[in-house]
Design a protein around this ligand. Structure first.
Ligand code: AMP
Ligand code: MN
Ligand code: MN
Ligand code: MN
Length: 277
């Protein structure tokens, strides 16, 4: 049987629109046979996703997308095939929870200065005890009609350098990679072209990531672009990293980015799943 992999997506445990159950259902409907749920800085959606995956007969890979710091840059490291109960990993998650809570308070204060009150209370209600992300604030701003779209919320308030932007120093890259490895997982550099780095800087990042114990790089992402895929495949080979593929699905509203709608991994690339099979 040919497998269809999607190894990057989000549920309501972080900034996704669908519950873990609905996420797994949608993936199965789209023909995905092996799905990794990779919420930002949390493993709390995994249990529910696993329950649904068992019912539907699709394979769930335990995953996470850790917010990490490399020099002045915030990057994302996907951990695949992790043990979600591992204490080293859970310690990193606990730290990130504190950082995100403190950041949310500051974002709310900045919004209050612009005359937008009750942001923190509102997002806390939606996120309950989960990770609060900027997407939660964006949804709040849309729901209160301060902006008409999520992208406007980022453009006017939440994006880097905008009026309610709060910079954060995330988990050091080395700590994030080591926590994933200690939890039995493989560390994958997520969407390497989204950091807007020059080729020289990206190669520096890849070599630092590799030396820290990173084993994979996302080669196939939801926004299919053959030129970008070629560039990423070349980096994978140059740095001897396995290739991963994932849609980074967040919400059905974003119609050009769908679970399982992915180009195949280029044949010359070692698939990341060979590292845990
Ligand atoms: P955070 O990790 O809390 O800083 O939130 C970052 C998340 O916001 C990302 O994972 C994306 O899902 C989302 N995001 C970032 N920039 C934008 C944007 N311009 N429009 C829509 N969503 C965005
Ligand atoms: Mn996100
Ligand atoms: Mn990401
Ligand atoms: Mn993601």
């Amino acid at each position: 049987m040919t497998q269809l992999y999607d190894l990057h997506c989000h549920s309501t445990a972080s900034d996704g629109a669908l519950s873990p159950t609905d996420l797994v259902k949608r993936a199965a409907e789209n023909g995905v046979t092996i799905l990794a749920i990779t919420d930002h800085d949390t493993t709390s959606g995994i249990f529910e996703a696993q329950t649904c995956a068992n019912l539907l007969g699709i394979t769930l890979i335990n995953g996470i997308e850790i917010s990490a710091q490399w020099e002045k840059l915030g990057i994302h490291i996907v951990g695949l095939n992790i043990d979600p109960e591992n204490s080293t990993l859970q310690n990193v998650i606990a730290q990130l929870h504190i950082m995100r809570t403190e950041r949310a308070e500051k974002i709310s204060q900045k919004l209050a200065k612009k005359g937008i009150s009750n942001a923190l209370e509102s997002v806390q209600k939606v996120a309950s005890n989960e990770m609060i992300t900027r997407v939660h604030f964006a949804n709040f701003l849309v729901s209160q009609a301060y902006v008409s779209s999520i992208s406007e919320a980022f453009d006017r308030y939440l994006g880097d350098g905008k009026v309610a932007y709060v910079s954060t120093v995330w988990t050091p890259l080395e700590t994030a990679v080591q926590a994933i490895r200690t939890a039995g997982g493989v560390a994958v550099l997520a969407h390497p072209l989204r950091y807007k780095l020059t080729a020289t800087r990206l190669k520096k990042l890849l070599s630092v990531f590799k030396n820290a114990g990173g084993q994979g790089i996302e080669v196939v992402t939801g926004r299919y672009n053959p030129d970008e895929m070629r560039v990423l495949a070349n980096y994978a080979m140059q740095f001897e990293l396995a290739g991963s593929m994932g849609s980074d699905f967040h919400s059905p509203i974003n119609q050009w980015l769908e679970l399982g709608k992915l180009a195949p991994l280029p044949e010359k690339i070692k698939p990341i799943w060979e590292l845990w099979q």
